[in-house]
Write a protein that binds this ligand. Structure first.
Ligand SMILES: [Zn+2]
Length: 130
């Protein structure tokens, strides 16, 4: 989680410690990415952002991927695991927003809620223009 937004890391850590039913892991390239990393992921079809013309929140350290971990590997098909973690994550974010006014300039967005390109592992913080 090196180079990732402080509040996002805090949120994920709280969620991970509260989420007991399914193990979770941060997959390869799930944190901070360079433009060439993002471009490689784009070329593999796992993202719609090419890293140059269209940048990912991973490139600014404002995104983190978390995936259910089962039998020694990341399990992208574990819907229940994603759902449990999402619940823990939104609860943790609510707690952080209540407790730390500094975190209120961000909004937590979940890729699992996107309509056009569902990205179940993906979490990002969007800075709110005040
Ligand atoms: Zn992501």
């Amino acid at each position: 989680m090196k180079g990732v937004n402080y509040w996002l890391v805090l949120c994920a850590n709280i969620a991970l410690s509260n989420c007991k039913k399914y193990d979770q892991t941060i997959p390869w390239m799930g944190g901070l990415r360079l433009a060439e990393d993002q471009n490689r992921i784009f070329k593999n079809g796992a993202s719609q952002l090419d890293g140059y013309k269209e940048k990912s929140y991973h490139q600014s350290g404002n995104a983190l991927d978390v995936v259910p971990y089962h039998k020694g590997k990341a399990d992208y098909k574990c819907e229940k695991g994603f759902r449990e973690f999402a619940k823990c994550m939104f609860n943790a974010w609510q707690y952080i927003q209540k407790r730390y006014p500094q975190a209120r300039r961000y909004r937590l967005e979940y890729g699992g809620h996107w309509m056009n390109f569902v990205d179940n592992p993906h979490w990002q913080l969007i800075e709110i223009a005040l």
